[in-house]
Design a protein around this ligand. Structure first.
Ligand code: ADP
Ligand code: ADP
Length: 233
């Protein structure tokens, strides 16, 4: 469902030296899987996620999502393809001027959906994430966990085949983290949604992932099932 093949991405540091943020990265995530990419700060996780949704074009290598080779698309085609990829962010990225429902509707406006249908779909998806009663609330009136529920609802509103999560629980306390991870797991199971998440926290991987890759200095060290890679002390 998500395949990266020999992806290379190099940046130029301010002093002119090249930084290989991704160095021949290949990975494969099956349909319905929750796959974790685990690594420390600077390992290349954000670059990986930006490359997977083609916010950044890799120098070389290919990215294929849901059978579509994104690296072969034009910028215009990519804009449409990206709407089929749900994104969840560490700092939620909600618009403060819009209600929870308004934030979810925004993703559907971008996709060109009619107003009545947008509202119906937004309320349906807010119910799914357990926020049906807060549709009229503004982000400032919501807790961190509630904001992330809105973020997840927005990401899922347009029914993407895959969800990419960029440290979605890193700004949350442990209890809220657990509830958000359980929500993602429940939705993945219910909808058959494929999830790739990046995290620096082993506990996140242990709680919901059924596959994992370890990334360090832009390289995938190992990838496989949890039992192979994550020892439980
Ligand atoms: P992580 O998300 O795991 O913390 P990043 O993907 O942000 O890691 O960064 C990987 C490497 O690429 C780091 O060495 C970082 O300094 C470098 N890097 C990331 N973005 C840029 C950029 N826009 N310009 C230059 N170097 C960058
Ligand atoms: P465009 O580039 O077509 O103007 P953007 O990509 O800037 O649209 O998206 C506008 C808003 O919709 C942003 O707040 C973004 O977070 C949200 N959005 C767009 N696509 C998605 C998606 N697939 N999943 C979740 N939110 C999305």
């Amino acid at each position: 469902m998500i395949t990266a093949s020999h992806v290379v991405k190099t940046y130029t540091a301010p002093d002119g030296t090249p930084v290989r943020a991704l160095d021949d990265v290949s990975l494969n995530v099956d349909r319905g899987q929750i796959f974790g990419v685990l690594g420390q700060s600077g390992a290349g996780k954000s670059t990986l996620i930006r490359t997977l949704n083609l916010l950044e074009r890799p120098d070389s290598g290919t990215v294929t999502i849901n059978g579509e080779e994104l690296t072969a698309l034009s910028d215009n085609e990519l804009r449409a393809a990206r709407r089929r990829i749900g994104m969840v962010f560490q700092h939620f990225n909600l618009l403060g001027s819009r209600t929870a429902r308004g934030n979810v509707e925004l993703a559907l406006e971008v996709a060109g959906m009619a107003a009545a249908e947008r509202r119906r779909r937004s309320d349906e998806i807010l119910d799914l994430v357990g926020l049906g009663s807060r549709a009229e609330s503004y982000p400032a009136q919501l807790s961190g966990g509630q904001k992330q529920r809105v973020g997840i609802a927005r990401a899922l509103a347009a029914k993407p085949a895959v969800l990419l999560s960029d440290e979605a629980t890193s700004a949350l306390d442990p209890e809220t983290t657990a509830s958000i991870l359980d929500l993602i797991k429940g939705i993945s199971t219910e909808l058959g949604l494929t999830v790739l998440l990046i995290t620096h926290e082993m506990d996140v991987v242990k709680r919901i992932c059924d596959g994992v890759a370890l990334i360090e200095d832009g390289r995938i060290l190992e990838q496989g099932g949890l039992v192979d890679l994550v020892s439980t002390p």
